[in-house]
Design a protein around this ligand. Structure first.
Ligand SMILES: Nc1nc2c(c(=O)[nH]1)N[C@H]1C(S)=C(S)[C@@H](COP(=O)(O)O)O[C@H]1N2
Ligand SMILES: [Mo]
Length: 432
């Protein structure tokens, strides 16, 4: 809907040419853009509409198209939009693949592009042979088949999953120059559907002495982690579906544990066992790994919650600018503590800020898409985004984070990200 715009709508509200977040919503794109984005047609081109189909036209205008397919795939022209598989690992199944965040829009990550983190590859599980066992400090130990789990009442939630090691190149000395997904893409967002874990815990009858649960996966390494019972009983889920279809093998088929807002490792894939206990098992994944050594020499442990973070996905390194004009700055924000309350954008390296528009829906522990119009005058600029969540937590500047945590942390890097844009429109990653 376009409403009347005033001159004020085109007046920057912060340094570097940031415009009010309402401008595009009011239909201000035409008024604001110095040069039209679309090509104006010449008079003779508008004479006949629709255009005649002549043999010089592309084949799809005069030949019947392809057949129906049982399961669709993206256009062949989008073949470059793939996960970036990191490094040559030994064994081959150990490592990560990154979601190409720079090539995606909206808030849902297509299932085939969800990032991957496997410690022992992707097991080829036959769902008819898979079992989930709940035992330990319970009244009645129980075994579930996948078929039986499908019969329980379900819930759906849009939730991000982020690896605790995401963005960890940020602790390094030099800003790495890669597309944003190759650096920050160990985070993805899906609609997860499954059985609330509280239902199954109630059924097994948890002992009043219980306070922890050891969750174990059905991959060859039997990956396991200790998790507080209170969180699992509160909002964890045994997911069977991802974005409407059954969970992908890479992401935990036939069932995975979903722990909203908590670091990736807690979301145990191929879940086969939940042992209710009264203390953590001190497994490798919460002692040797997924802990953070602080400058004091002490280590942080059980740092489960993923703090607020945001990224400008467009413009971003590897993309191009189209000369001075009005642009839409686009990005993603998320927080493990709840909803995103606001995202501020700076185009002058953090001297001044303007509030971005948060696109509906804004959901708890889910990707939130933000947008802001920006009048780039062709001069050097430094773009930053800063997320604030509903708990009041504000995403920190990098120097603040490094001062507090040192450089040995490796996990939980969530500093403000800065892109420098030069006169030629070249976009680079900087610490500013
Ligand atoms: N069984 C099992 N669960 C697992 C892992 C694993 O290797 N095996 N990796 C963990 C880690 S470290 C992360 S970040 C997430 C990654 O989930 P994804 O591969 O679906 O993105 O799964 C977690 N759950
Ligand atoms: Mo992870």
């Amino acid at each position: 809907m376009s409403v009347k715009l005033s001159k004020d709508d085109l007046t920057p509200i912060a340094g570097g040419g940031l415009l009010h977040r309402r401008l595009f919503l009011k239909g201000g794109v035409v008024l604001a853009t110095a040069q039209a984005i679309a090509r104006p047609l010449r008079a003779e081109e508008t004479a006949t509409a629709p255009p005649p189909v002549d043999p010089a036209d592309p084949p799809w205008l005069h030949e019947t198209g392809g057949p129906f397919t049982g399961y669709g795939t993206p256009s062949k022209y989008e073949k470059y939009v793939v996960r970036n598989i990191g490094g040559n690992r030994t064994p081959a199944g150990e490592g990560v693949s990154w979601t190409p965040l720079q090539d995606l829009e909206g808030i849902v990550t297509p299932s085939g592009l969800h990032f991957e983190r496997h410690h022992d590859g992707v097991p080829a599980i036959d769902p008819t042979l898979h079992r989930l066992v709940i035992h330990g400090l319970v009244r009645q130990p129980l075994e579930y088949t996948v078929e039986s789990l499908l019969r329980y009442p379900m819930r759906s939630r849009f939730l991000f999953i982020e690896c605790g090691g995401n963005s960890n190149a940020g602790w390094h000395q030099e800003p790495i120059q890669r597309p944003v997904g190759d650096f920050h893409g160990l985070v993805s967002c899906s609609e997860w559907t499954g059985v609330p874990l509280s239902v199954l815990l109630d059924e097994a009858g948890v002992d009043s002495k219980a306070s922890w649960v050891i969750a174990e996966g059905g991959d060859a390494g039997l990956l396991n982690v200790s998790l507080p019972l209170s969180k699992l009983a509160d909002d964890a889920m045994i997911a069977l579906y991802q974005n409407g279809e059954r969970v992908r093998p890479e992401n935990g088929y036939p069932i995975r544990l979903i722990v909203p807002g908590w670091e990736g490792i807690t979301n145990v894939k191929w879940l086969r066992r939940l042992q209710v206990t009264d203390q953590p098992a001190m497994t490798r994944n919460e002692t040797a790994k997924y802990t953070e050594l602080l400058p004091s020499g002490k280590a942080r442990m059980f740092t489960f919650v993923m703090h607020a973070k945001s990224l400008i996905t467009s413009p971003s390194p590897g993309q191009k600018m189209y000369g001075p004009n009005v642009y839409e700055i686009r990005g993603l924000a998320w927080s493990g503590r709840g909803k995103i309350a606001k995202v501020d954008i700076s185009a002058d390296g953090g001297h001044s800020w303007a509030e971005a528009d948060l696109q509906d829906p804004v959901l708890s522990q889910c990707f939130t898409r933000f947008r802001l119009p920006w009048k780039w005058d062709g001069q050097p600029a430094i773009l930053k985004s800063r997320a604030t969540d509903e708990s009041g937590y504000v995403q920190p500047e990098r120097d603040v984070l490094v001062k507090e945590r040192g450089r040995e942390g490796y996990f939980h890097y969530n500093a403000i990200v800065s892109w420098a844009i030069d006169e030629d429109g070249e976009i680079t990653h900087v610490y500013a």
